[in-house]
Write a protein that binds this ligand. Structure first.
Ligand code: FES
Length: 111
């Protein structure tokens, strides 16, 4: 099973099922990752920066690339966690700024 690591002050790491999205992988390892649009590639709140294992993620499809381009997130390491599927070990950084006003704990968020 692939190991996915979320680098963040509340980061988590763990093994997850292959071919699930990074967003679902976050849920599996107990890490709360924002996903305001519900995983429909329309908000970018699930954006992560791939630090290692870029080749172990599914290729960017048109919808993901289009949204990243519109938000000027054009560097290759930017991915939408709701769209990128896990194919092998990967390490991603979650920008801290997205969490500044979050008061929900991981337990509250994921039940
Ligand atoms: S959850 Fe909105 S783009 Fe991924």
């Amino acid at each position: 099973m692939p190991r996915v690591t979320f680098l963040h002050s509340n980061g988590r790491s763990g093994e997850v099922d292959e071919n699930i999205s990074l967003l679902d992988a976050a849920k599996e390892v107990g890490f709360r990752l924002n996903h305001d649009c519900g995983g429909n590639a329309s908000c970018t709140t699930c954006r992560v920066e791939v630090q290692a294992g870029h080749e172990h993620l599914s290729e960017i499809d048109f919808d993901e690339q289009d949204l990243l381009d519109r938000e000027a997130l054009t560097e290759a390491h930017h991915r939408l966690a709701c769209q990128a599927r896990v194919l092998g070990d990967v390490v991603v950084r979650v920008p801290e700024a997205k969490w500044e006003n979050q008061k929900t704990t991981a337990t509250e968020a994921w039940g």
